[in-house]
Design a protein around this ligand. Structure first.
Ligand code: OGA
Length: 238
């Protein structure tokens, strides 16, 4: 194990129970700073920089396309999906294990949520050319995603100079929450319509890693819907 055990499992459990669960229940989002520490956080950053330099980060995709609207005017990030088991992703895997542990503790307290699986990790880079991501909801139509977790990797970030702030517009309130994408910060929020959010134009290279945790029932239902849809369109075309 090349990493220093910065936070013990008991600390993770305490953070999850005392900070994350109440904040999710009361506000719908929560962030923690210094979750991996300089060394392990630095290793994650280096792996992401290596991926970027190796050219594996590609244009982020949109669900649908709108004629006449350029993709990069909606989202300007470059991404790659990783499981953590790939060579060169050991530190990312360490991060994912840490987030999994915290979410497992949270799930045991968040009633009516059965969280047993998650997406792969999306490694994302906004290249610093002023690109951002317009206001959107991650899961507007019950695709199963329940909690979004974003780990930020940007040292010496100045929101004034570099922008790149994540602005959350909590549903039903008149306030916004501005979250700077600072190194070793881990953010949690409900993925559904409660949390529309945008990434403001970024004028410096901005790295983050995102994972989405699924509510098992909503996910199973979404898969059933998708299957029915594809079955019926196959029938129509045959
Ligand atoms: C997204 C997103 C926020 C961020 O990728 O859907 O909104 O702060 N990311 O990177």
């Amino acid at each position: 194990m090349p990493f220093i055990e910065h936070v013990s499992d008991a600390d993770l459990e305490r953070l999850a129970l005392e900070r994350v669960v109440p904040a999710l229940q009361d506000f719908g989002f929560c962030y923690l700073d210094g979750v991996l520490g300089e060394v392990a956080g630095g290793e994650v950053l280096q792996q992401v920089i290596d991926m970027h330099q190796a050219g594996v980060l590609q244009d982020g995709r949109l669900v649908g396309s709108v004629p006449g609207v350029h993709r990069s005017s909606i989202r300007g990030d470059k991404i790659a999906w990783v499981s953590g088991m790939e060579r060169g992703c050991e530190a990312i895997n360490f991060l994912l294990n840490m987030i999994d542990k915290m979410i497992a503790v949270c799930a045991s307290r968040l009633e009516s949520k059965k969280i047993r699986e998650r997406s792969k990790a999306m490694v994302a880079c906004y290249p610093g050319n002023g690109a951002g991501y317009v206001k959107h909801v991650d899961n507007p139509n019950s695709d199963g995603r329940c909690i979004t977790c974003i780990y930020y990797l940007n040292k010496d970030w100045s929101a004034k100079e570099h922008g790149g702030v994540l602005r959350i517009f909590p549903e039903g309130t008149s306030f916004v929450a501005d979250i700077e994408p600072l190194f070793d910060r881990l953010l949690f929020f409900w993925s559904d319509r409660r949390n529309p959010h945008e990434v403001q134009p970024s004028f410096n290279t901005r790295y983050a890693i995102t994972v989405w945790y699924f509510d098992s029932e909503e996910r199973a239902e979404a898969k059933r819907r998708f299957k029915n849809l594809t079955d019926s369109s196959l029938k129509q075309s045959s």
